[in-house]
Design a binder for this molecule. Structure first.
Ligand SMILES: Nc1ncnc2c1ncn2[C@@H]1O[C@H](COP(=O)(O)OP(=O)(O)OP(=O)(O)O)[C@@H](O)[C@H]1O
Ligand SMILES: [Mg+2]
Length: 256
């Protein structure tokens, strides 16, 4: 089971869009995928069509309480996609955990009882607080969505420093697995320039698949459907099919 944190402390860069749609496409390729919603906003949970008000337990009970991870997993309507959902009380976990023992490794420890998944994608909140640190410690690698806009690389240094700290003290084998360019607009020079700059700095770590700016991708969450089930013909759906193929080949060693 490969565990990937989808992280960037910058808000609105496409972390959740990646988790929801990449999981759905991986699932359709026969890869059993679990999304862990580690963001109190719960956007991955609602984007996958899960009604959060009807939930009996959530990732909060796993991180801050006594529930094991597998007890909180729910099935989604999408083939091979499962979810460890978030509810608003997760926001309190950050404070409640502040003085707790092994507070950075809670999620990792709890996830050891998960079985039967090929890949886990952890949707991180836009901060470098305890929830993100818990996600990093629980992960083998990090996927960083980078928005094709002017301040794209701002703050990335901070994320990399946090990753280094986690590596030094908590999880030696954590690696930066890749960056994925999001909201690319081929008509603007800015999008192309940002992409070139990120490629110059990060080389092969930048995934080949680029996610275009596509209005269907922004509509799909309000219908609680991943893009491949909302508008399979859209450019956004096509991009996430490509991303799923690239990820499964690169990280899971499966050619599809
Ligand atoms: N490729 C895209 N094309 C068009 N809209 C997009 C695209 N990717 C994301 N969006 C929209 O941009 C907004 C931010 O995306 P998303 O929620 O995935 O970012 P995030 O990094 O998870 O944000 P947060 O930091 O708040 O968790 C959302 O409204 C989403 O629907
Ligand atoms: Mg999000």
């Amino acid at each position: 089971m490969l565990v990937m944190a989808v992280a960037n402390q910058k808000g609105g860069v496409g972390k959740t869009t990646c988790c929801v749609n990449l999981s759905a496409e991986l699932g359709r390729m026969g890869i059993r995928t679990l999304v862990v919603d580690a963001d109190p906003q719960g956007n991955s949970s609602s984007g996958l069509g899960i009604d959060r008000s009807a939930l009996e337990c959530s990732v909060y009970d796993v991180i801050a309480g006594n529930l094991s991870a597998s007890e909180a997993v729910v099935a989604t309507a999408w083939e091979n996609v499962f979810l460890l959902p978030a509810t608003l009380d997760l926001a309190g976990a950050e404070v409640e955990l502040a003085g707790a023992m092994s507070r950075e490794s809670r999620l990792r420890r709890k996830m050891t009882d998960l079985k039967g998944f090929d890949i886990v994608l952890i949707d991180c909140p836009p901060s470098l607080g305890l929830l993100t640190v818990n996600a990093l410690v629980a992960s083998d690698g990090i996927l960083v969505p980078v928005q094709c806009e002017y301040f794209a690389l701002e703050g990335l240094g901070q994320l990399l420093r946090t990753m280094d700290l986690v590596r030094s003290y908590l999880r030696e084998d954590l690696s930066l697995s890749g960056l994925v360019m999001t909201m690319f607009d081929g008509r603007t020079r800015l999008s192309r320039e940002v992409m070139e700059e990120v490629r110059r700095q990060f080389g092969d770590l930048v995934l080949e698949t680029v996610i275009p700016r596509n209005v269907k991708l922004s509509e799909a969450p309000s219908h609680g459907r991943p893009i491949g089930y909302y508008d399979p013909q859209s450019a956004g759906a096509e991009a996430f099919r490509d991303l799923a193929r690239e990820v499964s080949q690169k990280w899971l060693g499966r050619k599809l």
